[in-house]
Design a binder for this molecule. Structure first.
Ligand code: FO1
Length: 311
């Protein structure tokens, strides 16, 4: 069984490739909830929704978030009434957040997520990283911002000085994540090409998470979210620069440190392979279509198996 740590758009693409390559019992997808926030009285879980919609085949292919074939009547009426319209909730997407918010009053985020996946016909397990609240707070030159304020309302313009994950010290890995880490048939942990600082760091900030990964004693393989010094999508490159990290796949590998057994970088970064401690797989990692996602997923699984055999 492969445990996947995923967040954001890059995470959803590789997770969908892995879901196409592996049977339901061979995959558990743990998703970042650091981007979650309360908005208009709703609990919104952007990364869970992006992964769910992607595996259900209803994700918006252009934006990387929300659903395809959306209508925007809710937003139009919200604006007329003077509601905040900086965060766009499509009419279909809205139903997810309204029902999740209603159910969370008496069910865990894990339970709600499992029920939504069942209803959407998703057969691979998707679990939140935690059922307790963890919120990414961005310390910037405009003060402290919650993640969505920084990412959407301010469009990542503020200069970032630091990040913290509010609530992480009091949170626990979700039951599904804990079970996957302790599973006797756990063969590898795959870290998706998500922003390490924003989408993976919250998961690693959960108490005992790094120790549990180490104790699992299986290959840990990450796919670089940076290709030739550029982020495929989102603010990873800008953030890494502002936090004084080398804006390259080497910078990402250094950030993960000895957590990694293997690292997957793009063919365009082949010359950098020698600068890393982890074992490196060099291959095209830009996922432009389903075939790319499946191919990369298979290569990552084979690479992890190879690392597992070589001890
Ligand atoms: N991102 C935007 O840039 N603009 C939006 O209006 C927006 C709305 C939105 C609604 C639901 C949802 O699940 C995600 C949404 N996102 C939007 C993306 C979201 O901020 C990011 O997906 C994650 O938080 C970062 O990966």
């Amino acid at each position: 069984m492969i445990l996947v740590l995923a967040g954001g758009v890059g995470g959803a693409k590789l997770a969908s490739g892995l879901a196409a390559a592996l049977a339901p019992g061979e995959l558990v997808i743990a998703v970042n909830t650091g981007d979650d926030f309360e908005h208009l009285g709703l609990h919104i879980s952007p990364d869970l929704d992006t992964i769910m919609y992607t595996l259900a085949g209803i994700a918006n292919p252009d934006t990387g978030w929300g659903q395809a074939d959306e209508t925007w009547n809710f937003m139009a009426s919200l604006g007329k009434l003077g509601g905040e319209t900086w965060f766009n909730l499509g009419d279909r997407d809205l139903a997810t957040s309204v029902l999740r918010s209603h159910l969370l009053s008496r069910q865990s985020l894990s339970t709600v997520t499992a029920e939504f996946c069942r209803r959407l016909g998703i057969v691979h397990p998707i679990v939140p990283m935690s059922d307790q609240p963890v919120r990414t707070i961005v310390d910037s030159d405009e003060g402290e911002l919650n993640f969505q304020d920084y990412f959407v309302r301010r469009r990542c313009r503020p200069k970032v000085r630091g990040l913290r994950f509010e609530g992480a010290e009091a949170a626990r890995p979700s039951p599904g994540l804990e079970a996957a880490l302790a599973a006797p048939d756990l063969a590898a942990i795959v870290i998706c090409p998500s922003n390490p600082l924003l989408s993976v760091a919250p998961m690693l900030a959960l108490p005992g998470m790094r120790e549990a990964i180490g104790a699992a004693d299986v290959p840990v393989v990450a796919v670089s979210p940076i290709i030739a010094g550029q982020a495929v999508k989102g603010p990873a490159a800008k953030l890494m620069g502002e936090l004084r990290m080398p804006v390259s796949c080497v910078g990402v590998a250094e950030w993960y440190g000895d957590l990694l057994t293997g690292f997957v970088i793009d063919a365009s970064d082949a010359a950098l392979a020698g600068e890393m401690d982890a074992k490196v797989l060099v291959t095209p990692i830009l996922m432009r279509c389903d075939a790319d996602r499946l191919r990369l997923a298979c290569e990552v699984v084979d690479f992890a198996a190879l690392l597992g055999r070589n001890g």
